[in-house]
Ligand binder design. Structure first.
Ligand SMILES: Nc1ncnc2c1ncn2[C@@H]1O[C@H](COP(=O)(O)OP(=O)(O)O)[C@@H](O)[C@H]1O
Ligand SMILES: [Mg+2]
Length: 334
């Protein structure tokens, strides 16, 4: 017997095919009530497709979804009523004030008039937009729009909030304001949160558990610290250069006592103990060898490194070269 109130969301063997492409490939997950759960993956991994099936916007090819125990395929309206949603695209009405954006949404949900004003006040306070209630949403920064949207998604008091890449494209200040808001919603309003992200740092700081997804497949699941332990906390040493120089660089890594991996345009290895000394030796040998090196770096393990460890391949980048602020982002936002 399943306990009635244990899981907010249950996904069993979920599959979504678009023609010959399998966008979501046999994903099973249980999201517990009270969690902030992160679905982490690069562009095209299948995050939005999964979220859209959870929202009843896309029909699964096969598999089952239960929201608070309600079968999404059998009782979609009832299941959808449990969920608030913040989609990947910003959907605030630019020509309406913050207050009116919330008002319209509240009416849509047929919240009684006397309650509605209270709910709006509460939502504005929660999202730290009280001072902007009469301002047009079109004048808001990206972060303010996101906060307004998040507040809007809570107007019908759902127990579960789904957010699809809520901070992609935001700067770090706005991102951390969203994190504060989500923490507050989770702790004070007892809302279970399922969010997608391309940022390792975000999943790490915000989420109680993380599922890493790539090519539609779940490749890892655990608490942030469990996932970090799986790759070890060792510093990564990395040298970028032209392809033909990589074998030479690999030999130099070995001379320094490192265990290198050679990727498309770089050689890297866990630094182990005394990474700084190893970098010094590396630099000396590299400079003596006259190899044309583009970049040498030493950094904490990133999601690329997690990926490399788990899959043996690099994070696929669908939008040009990988740049994401020293590897904190999994490819670029669309
Ligand atoms: N409506 C659709 N029709 C065909 N292919 C789609 C459709 N939606 C998504 N895809 C494809 O499915 C894969 C997963 O996409 P998506 O779920 O949007 O990834 P993510 O949100 O992780 O970036 C991608 O290869 C994408 O091109
Ligand atoms: Mg997406």
């Amino acid at each position: 017997m399943r306990l009635p109130n244990e899981n907010a969301i249950e996904i069993d063997n979920l599959v979504k095919k678009f023609g010959s492409l399998t966008a979501v490939n046999d994903v099973s997950l249980k999201i517990k009530k009270g969690e902030i759960f992160g679905l982490l993956g690069p562009n095209g991994a299948g995050k939005s497709t999964t979220i859209n099936m959870l929202l009843g916007l896309l029909a699964p090819t096969s598999g089952a979804i239960r929201v608070n125990g309600i079968n999404m395929l059998k009782e979609p309206e009832k299941a959808k009523g449990q969920i608030g949603i913040v989609t990947q695209e910003t959907v605030v009405e630019p020509e309406l004030t913050a207050e009116d954006n919330l008002m319209i949404f509240g009416r849509l949900y047929q919240i009684p008039k006397d309650e509605l004003q209270k709910d709006i006040d509460f939502a504005l306070k929660l999202s730290d937009l009280e001072g902007f209630r009469k301002a047009y949403a079109g004048t808001f920064s990206g972060g303010m729009k996101r906060r307004l949207e998040t507040a809007k998604a809570l107007m019908h008091a759902p127990q579960i909030l789904l957010l699809d890449e809520p901070t992609t494209g935001l700067d770090i200040q706005n991102r951390s304001k969203i994190w504060d808001l989500l923490r507050k919603i989770n702790k004070e309003e007892n809302v279970t949160i399922l969010m997608t992200t391309q940022y390792l740092e975000e999943a790490d700081q915000l989420c109680s558990r993380i599922a890493i997804i790539d090519h539609g497949k779940l490749i890892a699941l655990g608490t942030p610290s469990e996932l970090r332990q799986r790759i070890g906390m060792s510093t990564i040493l990395e040298v970028t250069a032209d392809n033909d120089a990589l074998p030479k660089i690999e030999r130099i890594f070995r001379k320094v006592g490192l265990e290198p991996k050679v990727l498309t345009n770089k050689v890297l290895a866990p630094g182990g103990s005394k990474p700084v000394e190893k970098v010094e030796k590396l630099l000396k040998l590299l400079s003596a060898s006259k190899i044309d090196v583009h970049n040498v770096s030493m950094h904490e393990p990133t999601i690329d490194d997690v990926f490399l460890k788990l899959t043996g391949s690099e994070v696929r980048d669908t939008a040009g070269s990988f740049t994401g602020g020293r590897g904190m982002m999994m490819g670029r936002g669309r």
